[in-house]
Design a binder for this molecule. Structure first.
Ligand SMILES: [Zn+2]
Length: 261
């Protein structure tokens, strides 16, 4: 996106604990995404009786290449991922995408649907900026969210259907416009916009799941904020909901506290 680059501070060889501390200044509950996946797989095995290899993963996360570069290695124990997301994680794959994903579940297995907008936190604690691999200056993350927020702040957005030429960005703009006062009235508008995006994504995921038949025992919905760090920091997870739904009995288990425990 068209964010101005900001000169980066010199890189220091610091520990992972210091990188996590930088993220926790903004999100006190953050853990590394590797930790989050590890905890999730442990809890799902215990509560649902399913091993990682019996789980098909879908993710609804931003197309940004940093999300591929920083994809948690431990998530690769599951099958997938099926990609549901477009810019800033909105599930543009829609009903057909969710249906295709559902058709690929291993026999007797389950589905994990991870959904999250993302935001950058740099090693020096800067919000909405990261140092990307091979670059010497920090740039915006999520660039799409920042571009939409810049238009909201400039008061240039109008309520309208997104154009075919820039449909995904137009969707983000409309989501932000509908929450204009909440975002612009917040002490950190990008952080508030990221929460607004989380809620819009979660609501759409629920809508898509409700319209889909999964030939599976369990559907696990894991929603949160995905935090990208500088190139040497990795990525981090802020969980907002972790729910397991038994698809035959309708039983629903809240796994969030177990994930934190
Ligand atoms: Zn993004």
């Amino acid at each position: 996106m068209l964010d101005a680059v900001v000169p980066a501070a010199p890189m220091n060889p610091r520990s992972d604990a210091e990188a996590l501390a930088a993220v926790r200044r903004h999100y006190p509950d953050a853990v590394t995404t590797d930790d989050a996946v590890h905890r999730l797989l442990d809890v799902v095995e215990r509560e649902c009786g399913l091993q990682a290899t019996q789980l098909l993963l879908a993710d609804s996360i931003c197309s940004d290449d940093v999300n591929s570069i920083e994809y948690p290695e431990r998530a690769r124990r599951m099958l997938g991922p099926f990609k549901l997301g477009g810019l800033d994680g909105y599930p543009h794959a829609g009903v057909t995408g969710m249906g295709a994903f559902a058709a690929h579940v291993p026999d007797g297995g389950g589905v994990v649907i991870y959904h999250a907008p993302h935001v950058g936190v740099s090693r020096d604690g800067g919000f909405g900026l990261i140092l990307r691999p091979g670059q010497h200056a920090r740039s915006g993350c999520c660039g799409a969210a920042r571009a939409a927020l810049a238009k909201l702040e400039a008061d240039t957005l109008v309520a309208q259907a997104p154009s075919d030429l820039d449909y995904q960005q137009g969707t983000i703009e409309q989501v932000f416009l509908a929450a204009r006062e909440r975002i612009l009235g917040a002490p950190e508008p990008l952080k508030a916009a990221t929460e607004v995006m989380y809620e819009a994504i979660a609501a759409r995921i629920d809508m898509l799941v409700a319209r889909t038949t999964f030939p599976a025992r369990w559907a696990i919905l894991f929603g949160g904020i995905l935090v990208n760090g500088d190139a040497d920091m990795g990525s981090f997870s802020v969980a907002r909901r972790v729910v397991a739904r038994h698809l035959e009995t309708g039983e629903e288990r809240d796994l969030l506290e177990m994930m934190r425990g």
